[in-house]
Design a protein around this ligand. Structure first.
Ligand SMILES: NC(=O)c1ccc[n+]([C@@H]2O[C@H](COP(=O)([O-])OP(=O)(O)OC[C@H]3O[C@@H](n4cnc5c(N)ncnc54)[C@H](O)[C@@H]3O)[C@@H](O)[C@H]2O)c1
Length: 377
């Protein structure tokens, strides 16, 4: 079977997420890297794309040139990844969807709720596949956790506790470093810093595993480094549509925590725990029973987890292969197989609505605030 053709915008040399997309997209031989506009500097982007093996006529200087160059080709790309800074996601995603391309957009999908709702509508109207890169949800043991919740292994979910807290922006003497500073500058980052950057991964994960949606929230956001306009720490309490209680802490000043993304889901008859720094194990405790470690690759996993496990039990799989799982599901979806679990534009707009609700709540001393986008109220 011919490979699907894949292109990327952003993710240029030295970028944080570009390598994970390249490793992920190419891991299973489903896609070939056919086109790119990889850098905000046109020449640097063209040169880097060619060094990565893209033909000169498909190594574009910017996304508009890429859209114009690809749209009428017979062998046009089957999927484009948008891995540029946040404020550009909306216009690039919308333009490619309107031209009939399938899109994988980095999170956060948009900066505003209105833009997010627009992407949901455009994706629906275009009949294309649009996904948002909540890649942590594609770890095999996260899929196992969700399948266990769906199978009733922990009963009705009562409580979700999740953290995404690291300490990499905790050095006040480094706060003016341009790679750090923009994240706390509203002109570049929008209304929220740390919650929009990392907190939404945790919020998406809480909903993904518990198969539920956030309804309302109460937030306390703080800029612990006082020169920062946007928050570098947030505590968000939430309630779900299904009646569960949620507690979420996200921070970038938690010195000593490296990645710091973990989640616990407590139900009426059991509890589950997963941490991104030990992604191959899922901890399960049935009520009144012993705590068990469920390992990626062992027998008896749910199909969802088994099909996304690549190497034998106890052989570590990590972040790029979780991203690869998103690409596997996208390839299957493009080839007509329905794949449950791909993060959708609805997930994207729900996240950005929660971000705006959290900012409003924090400004109102933690007042409980509707966290749903108007289209889902
Ligand atoms: N899903 C995840 O776990 C995850 C992890 C990290 C970053 N991200 C997201 O990925 C996106 C990129 O983040 P990053 O940390 O890689 O940023 P980065 O600053 O390290 O890299 C951004 C890249 O995009 C290029 N670029 C900028 N504007 C462009 C434009 N208009 N056209 C083409 N290329 C352009 C830059 O030259 C650079 O190569 C952000 O939205 C971020 O939130 C997601």
């Amino acid at each position: 079977m011919a490979k699907l053709k894949w292109g990327m915008i952003g993710g240029g040399e030295g970028s944080q997420i570009g390598p994970a997309h390249r490793l992920g997209a190419l891991a299973d031989g489903m896609f070939e890297f056919a086109a790119g506009a990889l850098d905000h500097r046109p020449d640097a982007g063209r040169k880097y794309a060619q060094r990565l093996g893209i033909a000169a006529d498909r190594a574009y200087g910017d996304w508009q040139e890429m859209l114009a160059g690809e749209k009428d080709r017979e062998d046009r790309i089957d999927l484009v990844t948008i891995a540029t800074p946040n404020s550009t996601h909306f216009e690039i995603t919308k333009a490619f969807l309107e031209a009939g391309f399938n899109v994988l957009c980095e999170k956060p999908m948009t900066m505003t709720v209105e833009e997010g709702e627009e992407i949901v509508r455009v994706a629906e109207a275009s009949g294309t596949i649009c996904a948002v890169n909540y890649c942590y949800s594609a770890y095999p043991m996260v899929r196992q956790a969700r399948a266990m919740v769906r199978a009733g292994d922990i009963g009705k979910v009562r409580l979700v506790v999740t953290n995404f807290s690291h300490g990499h922006h905790g050095d006040a003497t480094d706060a003016d470093n341009p790679r750090v500073r923009w994240r706390y500058d509203p002109a570049m980052a929008g209304v929220s810093g740390q919650f929009a950057d990392c907190g939404i991964h945790a919020l998406h994960m809480a909903c993904f595993i518990s198969d539920d949606e956030v309804k309302s929230l109460s937030a306390d956001m703080a800029s612990t480094i006082s020169s920062r306009e946007l928050e570098d720490d947030a505590m968000v309490n939430f309630r779900t549509e299904g009646g569960a209680v949620g507690r979420l802490w996200t921070s970038s000043v938690a010195i000593g925590r490296q990645h710091g993304f973990d989640i616990q889901v407590f139900g009426e008859t059991g509890g589950l725990r997963w941490a991104s720094e030990q992604p191959n194990q899922l901890i399960y405790t049935p009520v009144g029973g012993r705590t068990q470690i469920i390992e990626k690759g062992e027998g008896g996993l749910h199909d969802e987890a088994q099909r996304l496990s690549r190497v034998a039990i106890a052989h570590p799989e990590g972040f790029p292969l979780a991203v690869a799982n998103i690409y596997c599901d996208l390839a299957d979806a493009i080839l007509g197989k329905v794949r449950d679990g791909l993060p959708t534009p609805s997930d994207g707009v729900r996240s950005i609505a929660a971000v705006h609700a959290a900012v409003a709540s924090s400004k109102a001393d933690g007042a409980w605030t509707d966290a749903r986008p108007p289209m889902f109220r």
